[in-house]
Write a protein that binds this ligand. Structure first.
Ligand SMILES: Nc1ncnc2c1ncn2[C@@H]1O[C@H](COP(=O)(O)OP(=O)(O)OP(=O)(O)O)[C@@H](O)[C@H]1O
Ligand SMILES: [Mg+2]
Length: 237
């Protein structure tokens, strides 16, 4: 593997999967051999070949034979990994995550990893999503909401990531309405750059139809500066 990044968010449900899926498909369409991974997915059917996020990611990168590596660790309840692990009395399987990671990095030139929830979500005692990104040796991409409140959430995410020694590629805002009359939403992109000292590499438009990978990729393409993401990512390696 030459490069890759870890998609985190300022919260659960901010658009990490939408952004990761869109970028994965756009890279694939550029002829890049892109692998994908959701190391821990919670709130999923344990018997399914792949759970929700993992399935979309695999479809985006058109992964067929290597699907078993995409989501190495799963829990049924939609909870933070440590909480789900305790309730199922089954700790997060780091061996499985490492095996998947070794396979994907050995077989793909670019790997996109989606975290679960936000950056400080606990995975085991004294070990958060940030520790996992560090262990995988990946820079992070922060997905943020456009609305009031995002300055605080995004700054705290960036600050915590930096305190852990992570490199940050930049911020992508998902659900951006370019026609908004809301002053917070109008001013947030610029203020995020100033406050976090990071580039906003994309403003994914607020879109009603986001079900298929094709719809997601088309939407992400409208708002994400893919060249800048690749360039910033290369600078982190
Ligand atoms: N640009 C957008 N326009 C409209 N809806 C969006 C947009 N981005 C994200 N959403 C919607 O927000 C919801 C959450 O998005 P998504 O699943 O990508 O979040 P997530 O951060 O991956 O969540 P999780 O923590 O569960 O993995 C989805 O229903 C998605 O379609
Ligand atoms: Mg997701």
């Amino acid at each position: 593997m030459r490069r890759g990044f870890f998609v985190t968010g300022t919260d659960t449900g901010v658009g990490k999967t939408i952004v990761a899926v869109g970028i994965a498909r756009l890279l694939y369409e550029r002829g890049i051999k892109v692998g994908v991974m959701k190391p821990i997915e919670t709130g999923c059917e344990l018997e399914a070949e792949l759970p929700h996020d993992g399935k979309l990611l695999a479809e985006a990168a058109r992964i067929e034979g290597d699907r078993k590596w995409v989501v190495p660790c799963r829990y049924a309840e939609p909870l933070a990994p440590l909480v789900a692990a305790r309730r199922e009395t089954r700790p997060v399987d780091f061996d499985a995550i490492q095996k998947s990671w070794a396979y994907l990095t050995g077989n793909y030139e670019f790997v996109i990893v989606e975290g679960a929830g936000g950056i400080s979500v606990p995975i085991r005692e004294n070990y958060t999503m940030a520790d996992l990104a560090l262990e995988l040796g990946l820079p992070i991409l922060i997905v943020s909401r456009p609305q009031l409140g995002t300055l605080n959430h995004t700054y705290l995410t960036a600050h915590y990531a930096r305190s852990k020694g992570l490199k940050i590629i930049g911020i992508v805002i998902s659900g951006f309405n370019s026609q908004t009359t809301d002053v917070a939403e109008q001013t947030n992109p610029e203020m995020l750059e100033e406050l976090c000292q990071l580039p906003v590499l994309g403003k994914v438009p607020l879109t009603a139809q986001l079900e298929t990978v094709e719809q997601i990729a088309e939407t992400v393409q409208k708002g994400v500066y893919i060249e800048s993401i690749i360039e910033r990512c290369d600078d982190c390696f």
